[in-house]
Design a protein around this ligand. Structure first.
Ligand code: CA
Ligand code: CA
Ligand code: CA
Ligand code: CA
Length: 491
């Protein structure tokens, strides 16, 4: 009879050894596999025999019988047929669950997959392992209990014939039952002028999910923390104007949810009304005028501009007024103001205020020779000419004469001056800038006679003393303030 392989055995050898027992020492045993002679053996002293199949058998089920032949050539009845399976192959099992990248806060995970029916699968993850027998459907599963950490889970199997497989592909699994820190929020803060703000932050665990919710708990947007820990998402519904406190939580891959952080801001999409510039306007003899006006909302910013150039900025006071002082060079300006609220909403422009800055004094008047009865000469058109005596007092009849559009002027003295008398003549432009004084010596008793007594200022003016006299004089519709300086003119 055949004692090996046993009925139903799986053998991992394509040329298995068949062995058995006989009845007479020296008998020859003919071993037939699937009806073909596979090998011959001799019954030994212990009445045992064995021989190794000579030609490799195919994978799969086979049957074997043995027939004994004595020295006389008599054949026995065949032995009981034994069926066995040759199996020299085993593939690595496949892990189908969990998928690589799986993270959970549960300490126990079920690992399942496919393998060779009947094989024993061993799953390893770090120090932990579990085993399972592959069912007839080719499926298996077992449970691993793990501590927190990142794992590479692999499986291998040993089939019924004893063939040991290589390891399966690895599956990355994370066990994590620690909640993240609440997210750090960067904004928005204060006033914003959009109802669909972008909420952002930093310092989160890369890959974590950031969820922004309103006071009712409804989700407004969701972000994923980037590799550098930053995140941002734009609110997907339009928030009406108002103040909001949104809560933000961070959820890790294992589903652990942080405490919530809060972000508070005010949505304001309404622009303020246009402000008003009160003044000043017109001709100015300073480059630093105080521009003032009224606004609407205290704290708002007023920007005064000339075209696209900002002249100055101011804040609307609690009383609704504002004032700022620009630095302007001599030229014409058309100033307008815009009011910007805290959310950045800009009003329509204000009224236009035209100003002309003129800080340049005229050159001293050019004086004609004088006979002491009239003073004449040329200056800047429109300038106010003032004639003063050596003692600083204005000369009656010549207190204020306006140069014509050709620049010429002439005044008649109420009391004629003596030959040799000295007067000082200044020109004040329409912006109020006063020239240096020109000196005139009365040189002739005849009009236009004698040598010119005028010494227009050249490069040799030096200031000997400064007499400041303020004269208020009514001129046309305005009051012109003149400062008169006495200067010596070198001849
Ligand atoms: Ca196998
Ligand atoms: Ca965690
Ligand atoms: Ca507003
Ligand atoms: Ca001027």
């Amino acid at each position: 009879m055949i004692t090996a392989p046993v009925e139903g055995a799986y053998v991992a050898d394509a040329t298995p050894t068949v062995s058995g027992t006989g009845h007479e020492v020296g008998d020859t045993v003919m071993v037939y596999v699937d009806g073909e002679l596979a090998c011959e053996a001799t019954v030994l002293a212990g009445l045992t025999w064995s021989c190794k199949v000579l030609t490799a058998l195919s994978e799969g089920e086979h049957s074997v019988i043995a027939v004994a032949v004595d020295e006389a050539g008599n054949e026995s009845d065949p032995s009981v047929e034994v069926k066995f399976t040759v199996d020299t192959v085993v593939e690595a099992p496949v892990i189908t669950a969990p998928k690589s990248g799986y993270a959970t806060s549960e300490p126990t995970i079920t690992v399942s997959g496919s393998g060779e029916a009947g094989a024993t699968v061993t799953v390893v993850a770090g120090e932990a392992s579990c085993t399972a027998v592959v069912g007839s459907d080719g499926e298996w599963s077992c449970e691993l209990t793990l501590v927190e950490g990142d794992y590479s889970v692999t499986a291998s199997q040993v089939d019924l014939a004893g063939n040991e497989s290589l390891a399966s592909g690895t599956v990355a699994v994370t066990i994590d039952w620690t909640a993240p820190q609440p997210p750090t929020i960067g904004g928005p803060t204060g006033f914003i002028n959009t109802g669909t703000p972008t909420v952002s932050g930093s310092g989160s665990e890369p890959g974590n999910t950031i969820t922004v919710s309103d006071e009712l708990g409804d989700t407004l947007c969701v972000a994923t923390a980037q590799a550098d820990g930053t995140w941002s998402c734009t609110v997907t519904v339009t928030l009406p104007d108002g103040t909001y406190t949104l809560s933000v939580v961070e959820t890790d891959a294992a589903g652990n949810v942080s405490d919530s952080a809060e972000v508070t801001f005010t949505v304001d999409t309404v622009a303020p009304p246009a402000p008003v510039i009160d003044g000043p306007s017109g001709l100015l003899n300073t480059g630093r005028p105080q521009i003032s006006g009224t606004g609407t909302e205290p704290g708002n910013t007023i920007t005064v501009s000339d075209g696209s150039t900002t002249a100055c900025t101011a804040e609307v006071t609690s009383s609704g007024t504002w004032m700022c002082t620009p630095d302007l060079v001599d030229r014409d300006y058309a100033l307008q103001a815009v009011e910007t609220d805290a959310a950045g909403n800009k009003s329509e422009p204000s009224n236009v205020v035209n100003i002309t800055v003129d800080t340049t004094a005229p050159t001293p008047p050019k004086l004609n020779p004088s006979d002491g009865k009239t003073i004449s000469g040329t200056s800047e058109p429109g300038a106010v000419i003032v004639v003063a005596a050596a003692d600083g007092l204005l000369v009656a009849g010549c207190e204020a004469v306006v140069a014509g559009i050709d620049g010429k002027f002439l005044c008649v003295l109420e009391t004629p001056l003596e030959v040799g008398a000295v007067v000082w003549v200044t020109a004040t432009d329409q912006a109020g800038n006063t020239s240096d004084a020109a000196k005139l010596v009365i040189t002739s008793s005849k009009p236009g006679g004698g040598k010119p007594g005028v010494v227009p200022t050249g490069g040799s003016v030096y200031q000997q003393g400064l007499f400041a006299a303020v004269f208020l004089m009514l001129l046309g519709a305005g009051v012109v303030v003149l400062r008169w300086r006495r200067r010596l003119v070198a001849c």
